[in-house]
Design a protein around this ligand. Structure first.
Ligand code: ADE
Length: 233
């Protein structure tokens, strides 16, 4: 079966750069979002921004499966670090994803477990993780890459107590607001999933950084990685 890669970028500049680099482009409006279908470095892709949060993320992946027939999904964006070894500017590749805000303890489920689902954590594709790691080494050799769990929830984490609770229950490398929903929908559809996150903050009340400068760099790094990956699909 020929591959078709769904790419969901969070950063405007990154998506702009990828759209610019696409050939045979078609623009399709659906459900208040814009999809760009075409070729990137010779690989069939469909590209979109999905907006913030789990529902926006999940429905966008399902639309890409149903309307565009994607065989894999790649998501890029930013995240807050939950691990002292991981600093602003580093990259995290998710090996699995969990919801930190799913809670049905009253029915006997472990915190984070979606009731009646056969998995606790949603897996990502090892092949795509390896491919992303190799692409990052090639195009961004100075950036540190970490692999492990990410936790997602409909909440921007910016205080120590909430951060420490998420660490205590899930021990993820980083926290963000979409990845687990994408990995969940990928799991339901049996397609491969990759989540790439550039660390933008420490998910607490520590000093503000220069976000526009960071985002510009992260967007350029992520777009470069995705283009490099598409050369090897
Ligand atoms: N994305 C980037 N930083 C985040 C944070 N601290 N919490 C949730 N999502 C994020």
């Amino acid at each position: 079966m020929s591959r078709k890669i769904g790419i969901i970028g969070a950063m405007e500049l990154e998506v702009e750069k990828l759209i610019e680099a696409m050939d045979d482009k078609k623009e399709i409006e659906y459900a208040k979002r814009t999809f760009y279908e075409g070729k990137l470095e010779g690989t069939d892709v469909v590209l979109a921004r999905c907006g913030v949060g789990k529902v926006n993320a999940g429905v966008t992946v399902q639309m890409m499966v149903d309307k565009f027939g994607i065989t894999e999904i790649i998501n890029t964006g930013v995240a807050g670090s939950l691990n002292e070894k991981i600093d602003i500017g580093d990259i995290v590749l998710a090996t699995n994803a969990v919801y930190h805000d799913m809670e049905a303890i009253a029915f006997g489920y472990e915190r984070g477990q979606v009731p009646q689902m056969d998995v606790f954590e949603f897996p990502t594709s090892k092949k795509l993780v390896d491919c992303a790691e190799a692409a990052c080494k090639k195009v961004n050799p100075d950036i540190k890459v970490f692999k492990g769990r990410i936790a997602s929830g409909d909440q921007f984490i910016a205080d120590k107590d909430t951060k420490n609770n998420i660490k205590k229950y899930f021990d993820p490398l980083c926290v963000e607001m979409e990845g687990a929903a994408m990995a969940h929908v990928a799991y339901l559809n049996d397609i491969g999933c990759l989540i790439i996150r550039a660390i933008s903050d420490k998910a607490d009340d520590s000093a503000e950084m220069d976000y526009p400068t960071f985002e510009r760099k992260a967007a350029i790094h992520c777009a470069g990685m995705v283009r490099e990956m598409m050369k090897n699909m």
